[in-house]
Design a protein around this ligand. Structure first.
Ligand code: TXA
Ligand code: MG
Length: 323
C-alpha cells in the first residue's frame, strides 16, 4: 500500500527518482510523474492502464511558467490564464518540441494547467521539471476526490500519496483549446462555461464524443461506476429491479419510488458547487452499496450543473452533445 502523508519533500524524492505519486489538486487527485522523463510517463500509462492515444495534462507552478512549454500563447489565452489560473482551467496550446510525444499523444499541442492546491503548488515550485498528471483512477473509472480514493484503486502500485484533504471543486478542470482559429471548450469542468462565454464572444463548445479527434480522452463511457447507472428520464418503463435493490442519486429532493436510505442527496440546499464537490464520492458510495442499479437525476443545467450532467451522462454511457 502507498504511504499517505503531507510531506512535500518525500513526494519530490519519488518524483526525482522517476516514480509516480498521487497529488491533490482543487479539482481531483492526480497521478503525477516527471513530464520530461520517459520512464515516469510510461509508468503513468501503466499504472492507469491508459491507452497511449489519450494525452496528459502538463501541470506547472505559475502562469509565467507556461511560456516555457508552448510555442504560441495568444493574447486572449494569456488574459484568461491571468484571470483563472491557478484554478480549474486547462489550456490547449501549440507545444514546444521539448515536450515528449508521450505527453501530447504525438499531437502538436499540449494541455497545460496551474493547479491551485497549496501542497501541489509548493511541490511544483520545488521541482526542476513540470508534472504530467492524469486523474488518479484506473482508465474509465470515477475520478478520486480524496487520498483514500486514490489509495483504494492505485495504492498497491504507487509509493506515495500526498494528502491534501477532500478536493474543493470535485470535478476535473474545464479544457479550453486555443490552438485553432477560435477557442473551443473540449471538456466542461470546474470552471463554468458561462464564465468563459462572457469573456470570449467567439467561444464554442465541442460536441464531445469518442470520434472527436480534438478531445481524444472524451470517451462516451467514462467516469463510470461498476454498477449500471441510468438517468431518470431514461428509466425503462418496466424496471425488473425491486426498489430496495436500487440506489438513488438525487440533487436536492429524494427520488420517488426508491427508499430514502438508498439515496445520496448531492446538495440539500440546492447548491451546484456543493453538488459538484460531492458527485464522485456519491457515485463511489452508491457503488459500494451493492445495488443492482443506480438511478440518477440530472441537476439544473446551468453553471457547474452542465459539467455535472456531462459526467452523469458519461457514467450512464452516453455523452451530451450540447453546451
Ligand atoms: O482537473 C484535471 O484536469 C485533472 C487534475 C489531476 O489536474 N486531470 C485530468 O486529467 O482530468 P485526465 O488525464 O484525466 O484528463 C485529461 C484530458 C483527457 O480527456 C485528454 O484527452 C485531454 O485532457 N487532453 C490532454 N491533452 C490534450 C490535447 N493536447 N488536446 C486535446 N485534449 C487533450
Ligand atoms: Mg481522467
Amino acid at each position: 500500500m502507498a504511504l499517505i502523508g503531507q510531506d512535500i519533500q518525500e513526494a519530490a524524492r519519488w518524483l526525482e527518482a522517476e516514480d509516480v505519486v498521487g497529488i491533490p489538486t482543487e479539482t481531483v487527485y492526480g497521478l503525477a510523474g516527471n513530464a520530461l522523463s520517459e520512464k515516469a510517463l510510461l509508468r503513468i500509462f501503466e499504472v492507469k492502464q491508459r491507452p497511449f492515444f489519450d494525452p496528459l495534462i502538463l501541470h506547472v507552478a505559475s502562469v509565467e511558467a507556461i511560456g516555457e512549454w508552448v510555442s504560441d500563447f495568444p493574447p486572449q489565452a494569456q488574459r484568461l490564464a491571468r484571470m483563472f489560473m491557478p484554478g480549474p482551467l486547462t489550456l490547449v496550446l501549440r507545444k514546444k518540441a521539448i515536450i515528449p510525444d508521450l505527453v501530447s499523444a504525438g499531437m502538436d499541442t499540449v494541455a497545460i494547467r496551474v493547479p491551485r492546491h497549496p501542497l501541489t503548488q509548493a511541490l511544483l515550485a520545488s521541482l526542476p521539471f513540470p508534472l504530467a498528471a492524469p486523474s488518479a483512477n484506473p482508465f474509465g473509472y470515477i475520478s478520486p476526490t480524496t487520498a483514500a480514493h486514490v489509495d483504494k484503486q492505485l495504492g498497491a502500485l504507487i509509493p506515495y500519496i500526498l494528502d491534501g484533504g477532500p478536493c474543493q471543486v470535485g470535478l476535473e478542470s474545464t479544457i479550453l483549446d486555443f490552438s485553432g482559429e477560435a477557442p473551443v471548450v473540449l471538456r466542461k469542468g470546474g470552471l463554468a462555461v458561462e464564465q468563459l462565454a462572457a469573456l470570449l464572444d467567439n467561444l464554442s463548445v465541442a460536441a464531445s464524443s469518442s470520434s472527436n479527434p480534438r478531445a481524444p480522452g472524451m470517451l462516451e463511457s467514462h467516469y463510470a461506476p461498476a454498477t449500471p447507472l441510468t438517468l431518470d428520464e431514461r428509466l425503462p418503463a418496466k424496471l425488473h429491479i425491486a426498489p430496495e435493490n436500487t440506489g438513488g442519486l438525487c440533487f436536492d429532493q429524494f427520488l420517488e419510488h426508491i427508499p430514502e436510505s438508498n439515496q445520496y442527496m448531492l446538495s440539500e440546499k440546492g447548491d451546484l458547487e456543493e453538488a459538484a464537490r460531492n458527485l464522485f464520492k456519491a457515485l463511489r458510495l452508491l457503488e459500494a452499496g451493492g445495488y443492482q442499479l443506480i438511478v440518477a437525476e440530472k441537476v439544473p443545467d446551468t453553471g457547474l450543473g452542465k459539467a455535472i450532467n456531462d459526467r452523469l451522462m458519461r457514467a450512464a454511457g452516453s455523452p451530451t452533445t450540447k453546451a
